[in-house]
Every structure is written in C-alpha cells, then in structure tokens.
Design a protein around this ligand. Structure first.
Ligand SMILES: Cc1cc2nc3c(=O)[nH]c(=O)nc-3n(C[C@H](O)[C@H](O)[C@H](O)COP(=O)(O)OP(=O)(O)OC[C@H]3O[C@@H](n4cnc5c(N)ncnc54)[C@H](O)[C@@H]3O)c2cc1C
Length: 420
C-alpha cells in the first residue's frame, strides 16, 4: 500500500521513469486477495476494516478510480456472548456530530452497565478535550485504562476489542498513544469518521490492481518477483542490486520492513520489533446466520465475524483473531474446531447449521507489535542520506500499522521527494 501510494502520488505530480521492485510474484503485500479454487469466491488475505476516517486511503482510491467500490454505512456492532440470548447492539446514530453521536450510541446500548457507561463517557470526554499525548508515551493501554479508573468489565467488553482490532496487540502491550489517536480520529473527528467503508470487491481489485494499471499506463516499470538485495550509494546516485541486475536511480523510497537492504548509515533507524500475528478463517455455511456487517465476540478466542458475499453458498463468514499468538501455531483442524465451538457457544442457532467448507489463513507477520518503546522509536520518512526515503506502516505517523497509516506514509515519502 505504501509503495503504491507513493508511486501513484508521484505519477500524478508528473514524475516519470518510476520503477517499482516487488519481492513477491504478486503485488499487494499484506493487502491482497486470491480466488478460492473450491468455491470461486474472492478471498482477502484477512478481513480488513476501512473506516470513514481513512482520509488518505479515500484520496488514494479516488486517484486510482476505485472509490465507487466502497459503500458507506454507520458503525453498528453486535456483541455476542455465550449465555446471552440476543446480542447487545452498539451503534452510532448517523444524524449527529461527535461527541453527541458517540454518547448517544454508548448510552442507548445494553452492552454496558450504568457505572461502565459513566466510566466510558469520562474516558471518551478526557480524550476529546486532552490535547497533547506526551505524558502517555511510556504507557501501555492497560496502564492508561488503570490511570483512568476504567472497570475491568468495561475494558473486556469495549476497550480491549477496539485495541485488538486496531492495534493488533493485547492491552498489556499496546501503546496507549496509538489508542488515543485512533479513538480521536475514528470517533471524535467528524460525523463520517466512524462510518464503515465496505468494499464490494476483494482487496486486490479495490486497492492494488487499479493502481498497477494506472502506473503502467503512465510508463512506470513494475518488476514483480524481484527482491531488492541492497541499496548502495555511488557518486551521489543509488545502485539497486537485485539477483539479476544492478540499476542506478537518483531517488529511492524503501517500503520494506527489514533493514537489511539499506545502506549501513540508515540501517539503525528501523527499530528492532516483534511481529504480531492475525489468524483468519473463512467458513461457508448452508444458511445465513448473520446479516449485519460487524459482530464482536466476548469471552472467546474468536474475536470478530463479518458476513462476506459468496457465489454459491448462503453465507460466508470471515472470522478473525488478532494478536493470535496462542492460535497461530495450531493446525488448521484445531483452529477450525476452536472457532466453530466459539461460534456455536455464542450463537446457539449455529448448531443447526452445516459448515460446508472452510479456509484458514495465518499471517504470522501481520503487523509490527507497537509497544510504547517501539512506537517511540519508529523512523521518519527522511533519512540521513539525501534522496533516500522510508515508507511503509512502520514509519512514524502516530497511527497503528494500518492501510491508512501505510498510505499516509507513502504520501509523506512522495511529498519529501518533491520538497526535499
Ligand atoms: C490479516 C491482516 C489483517 C489486517 N487488518 C487490517 C484492517 O482491518 N485495517 C487496516 O487498515 N489494516 C489492516 N491490516 C494492516 C495492513 O494490511 C498493513 O498495515 C498494510 O498493508 C501495510 O502496508 P505496507 O505497504 O506498509 O507493507 P506491505 O503490505 O508489507 O508491503 C511491503 C511490500 O514490500 C515488499 N518488499 C519487502 N522487502 C522487499 C525487498 N527487499 N525488495 C522488494 N520488495 C520488498 C513486500 O513483499 C511487500 O509487498 C491487516 C493486516 C493483515 C495481515
């Protein structure tokens, strides 16, 4: 996403002679889709949520001509729990501005007790009015919630699912600053910011292939299956070393997460970090059990479910588990069993349904684990070497590793190229 955002931005500003190197045989990195041979459905490498606050992503989609493939809908989440007959609904009314719409959603929901609603309101308003976040730089979300006197049950029901879904890290590891920034952008920055943007196509058709077509049309060269082994400085230019050739360029934007190909002088700017995995499952069912777009699950390994379109089956569910360290090394059959058991426990009618087909997708390196210390040491787009810029979701922007963060960083790198 970051490389394509930078390249399309530069192309739009009249830059020519761009070359894009991609190590894999297909473009898209962590946002891509493929056809499931058994069902012919287009599957994403994992369910991705896009929100109305993804302003750079929307600009990118407009630039590549695929913004019409998104449908906007007000945020509405069903919270399921074993033993609870009907799910609690949390929805943000579409007709008022923040924070009124958020408060209306919170107070009309049966998800929280009155005490929890007061505590959530207090935290929401504190995040609305508080300006700088520096004093939270060293805090995890867990510490932040404790300092804000948030009850454990409220954290488990509301805050933790948001942290997992947006930062892909458990509350005891996730940077508090990222949570505050996400909350402000998604829930406090405008009426449309919290809306869901639901794509009618797979991620490759939405975000990747139209960008590749645009770039090829403008004369860019796209080299797939061409890992960059080294970026070397020579006489004020850069030598890009691949397995087959060495080519010279005057400007380089590097979007990979490994510092290996970088010149020695800039290698150390990419901090050491762990990756946080995400496990996704697609379940094809012989009847529809969920009709609304977003479902959260409490007290189970299963965290989220999203009904997705299917060519030949009454329902396809995308099930996701973020920060899935406990799941990622299990076998497909073990993962299927755990998620199916969770689904049956939370929604009793599922027991009458037949699971017709399933697919498990593990993304072991889904996102960097953004702890407070990693968050504080993310690199900037500009490096110590003129002409060499960094992009990718690891670059500092105050946001978690997301599509929006990657696009913003691609745009920031393109701006830095234009105004060094
Ligand atoms: C399962 C899953 C679910 C997610 N859910 C969401 C979500 O709901 N919402 C959201 O906004 N975000 C989500 N994300 C995060 C989002 O996908 C990423 O943050 C974003 O795609 C990162 O884009 P990027 O360009 O920074 O990196 P990448 O997508 O990793 O792109 C980097 C590219 O560079 C290539 N590359 C690396 N090194 C080299 C080299 N030396 N030479 C040549 N090529 C190289 C890689 O092959 C890759 O194609 C999710 C991610 C996953 C995996």
């Amino acid at each position: 996403m970051s490389g394509l955002a930078a390249a399309t931005q530069l192309t739009q500003r009249g830059f020519r002679n761009l070359t894009i190197f991609e190590a894999r045989k297909e473009a898209g990195g962590r946002t891509r889709s493929y056809i499931d041979p058994h069902t012919s459905d287009t599957l994403d490498n994992g369910q991705h949520l896009l929100l109305g606050c993804y302003r750079s992503t929307i600009e990118y989609l407009q630039a590549i001509g695929s913004d019409a493939l998104l449908q906007r809908t007000p945020l509405s989440i069903r919270f399921h729990e074993a033993g609870r007959e009907t799910p609690a609904i949390f929805q943000i009314p579409p007709d008022s501005q923040p924070p009124v719409n958020l408060l209306a959603g919170l107070w009309s929901s049966h998800l929280l007790t009155t005490r929890e609603k007061y505590a959530a309101t207090r935290l929401g308003l504190a995040m609305d009015t508080g300006s700088n976040t520096e004093r939270y730089d060293d805090m995890t979300c867990q510490t932040f919630f404790a300092t804000q006197h948030q009850p454990d049950a409220l954290i488990a029901k509301l805050w933790e699912p948001i942290v997992l879904a947006t930062i892909n890290a458990p509350v005891e590891k996730a940077s508090a600053v990222l949570f505050i920034n996400v909350f402000r952008e998604a829930f406090l920055s405008g009426r449309e910011a919290s809306e869901l943007l639901l794509p009618s196509v797979g991620l490759s058709d939405l975000l990747i292939d139209p960008a590749l077509r645009m770039l090829e049309k403008s004369g860019a060269t796209i080299r797939l299956s061409t890992p960059v082994r080294a970026i070397e400085l020579q006489n004020g230019n850069f030598k890009i070393v691949t397995d087959d050739a060495t080519e010279a360029f005057d400007t380089v934007i590097y979007c990979g997460q490994s510092s290996d190909p970088l010149p020695l002088q800039v290698r150390s700017v990419i901090p050491d970090f762990e990756y946080s995995p995400i496990v996704n499952a697609y379940f094809w069912l012989d009847r529809e059990i969920l009709s609304t777009p977003v479902h959260s699950f409490m007290g189970t390994t299963l965290q989220w479910a999203f009904p997705r379109p299917s060519e030949g089956f009454p329902q396809r569910l995308a099930l996701t588990v973020s920060a899935a360290n406990a799941l990622v090394e299990k076998t497909n059959e073990e993962i299927r069993h755990i998620l199916w058991t969770d689904l049956c426990a939370a929604i009793p009618t599922v027991r009458e349904v037949r699971l017709m087909h399933h697919q498990i997708i593990r993304e072991k390196r889904a996102t960097p684990l953004l702890t407070p210390s990693v968050q504080q040491s993310r690199p900037q787009a500009s490096t110590a070497i003129p002409g060499l810029f960094l992009a990718g979701d690891i670059v500092q922007n105050g946001l978690p590793a997301t599509i929006e963060g990657a696009v913003r960083n691609g745009y920031a790198a393109a701006r830095a190229v234009m105004n060094p």
